[in-house]
Design a protein around this ligand. Structure first.
Ligand code: NAI
Length: 317
């Protein structure tokens, strides 16, 4: 089988000075890409900064015969990171929003600073880089985005209210980017990875760390951002060599009419039907909810369904 290549493509990776980001950078460079290695170089709590980590990865890539340039800006200044790609390589094809920190604490004890910084780095950071790359993607009618989510975002996790909220918000952003980018061959997917890094070393036992090599996550990302890949707006998990896709599921549900039966007692009576996932649907757009409403309201088949016009407004078409 031919090797998946990224020759002449420009790949921007945020937080590429360590952990998963470093492994993405090394793989893309080894397969022909020109790589922007972004890293702020601070602590895992988001304190301080240093050019050392990004420089070390750039050196590693160059020593191996690859092409890379460092950028030390925080992702909240995403436009500067994309500028580095444009100034050095003239384009950007792939953006991997990977930079991340932790401020784990229960919601009860959380300070606003813990909430704000997590939102800034994970959510605002991904938005800023993506918004800066978007005009380039549109102009060239090509772009690939990966947003790094987390199982904490998908399922919630004790002591990670800030992180979980930001990581789930990235799913909503990804699903929207997929819809806004579809016309321009811009694909966006979200990843919930699992890998040994400084973010997990305080939580996982040493035996588990050995089984969670960051390099084992990288192949999925390489496939997702390759030009041949059609997948977009999807959520994937990758850890310890296991790869899977996650989707939304909606129970068939209970339909009550707006008469005497539409009251709390009727909802309680129908509870087992509401939460029964037999014959479930897998919605992936807002219009899918209209399908349900159409049924519930007994709208005629040719009644308008909800969609988006390209000025970004919700429209009835
Ligand atoms: P890591 O700590 O090894 O790497 C993250 C890198 O991001 C660091 O080098 C750090 O300096 C950089 N960074 C932090 N804030 C930055 C900022 N404002 N601007 C630019 N760079 C910044 O962590 P790891 O594990 O490789 O994490 C990568 C991503 O994967 C993160 O978004 C994390 O939340 C996510 N993730 C990781 C999991 C795991 O099991 N390791 C699980 C779920 C999600």
């Amino acid at each position: 089988m031919a090797e998946l290549r990224f020759d002449n493509q420009v790949v921007v990776i945020t937080g590429a000075g360590a952990g998963l980001g470093r492994e993405y950078a090394r793989l893309f460079a080894s397969r022909g890409a020109k790589v922007v290695v972004n890293d702020l170089g601070g602590s895992f709590r988001g304190e301080g900064s240093s050019s050392k980590t990004a420089d070390a990865v750039v050196k590693e890539i160059k020593d191996a015969g690859g092409i890379a340039v460092a950028n030390y800006d925080s992702v909240e200044y995403g436009e500067k990171i994309i500028d580095t790609a444009i100034k050095n390589f003239g384009r950007v094809d792939v953006l991997i929003n990977n930079a991340g920190i932790l401020r784990d604490i229960t919601v009860k004890n959380m300070k606003d600073a813990d909430w704000d910084l997590i939102m800034t780095v994970h959510l605002t950071g991904a938005y800023k880089t993506t918004r800066a790359a978007w005009p380039h993607f549109r102009r060239q009618r090509y772009g690939r985005v990966i947003n790094t989510s987390s199982s904490s975002g998908l399922f919630g996790n004790f002591g990670q209210g800030n992180y979980a909220a930001a990581k789930l918000a990235l799913i909503g952003l990804t699903e929207t980017l997929a819809k806004e980018g579809a016309k321009y061959n811009i694909h966006a997917n979200a990843l919930a990875p699992g890998a040994a890094s400084r973010l997990t070393e305080t939580v996982w036992p040493p035996d588990m760390m050995k089984l969670m090599t960051p390099t084992w996550v990288v192949p999925l990302v390489a496939v997702l951002v390759h030009s041949s890949n059609k997948e977009t707006g999807s959520i994937f998990e990758a850890a310890a060599g296991h790869f899977s896709k996650i989707r939304w599921e909606r129970s068939k549900g209970l339909l009550l009419r707006p008469d005497d039966s539409l009251n709390p007692d009727a909802v309680l009576k129908g509870w087992n039907t509401i939460i029964d996932f037999k014959d479930a649907e897998h919605p992936n757009r807002v219009a899918d909810s209209m399908g349900l409403l159409r049924k519930a309201l007994q709208l005629p088949k040719n009644a308008p369904s909800q969609s988006f016009d390209f000025k970004g407004r919700v429209a009835l078409v």
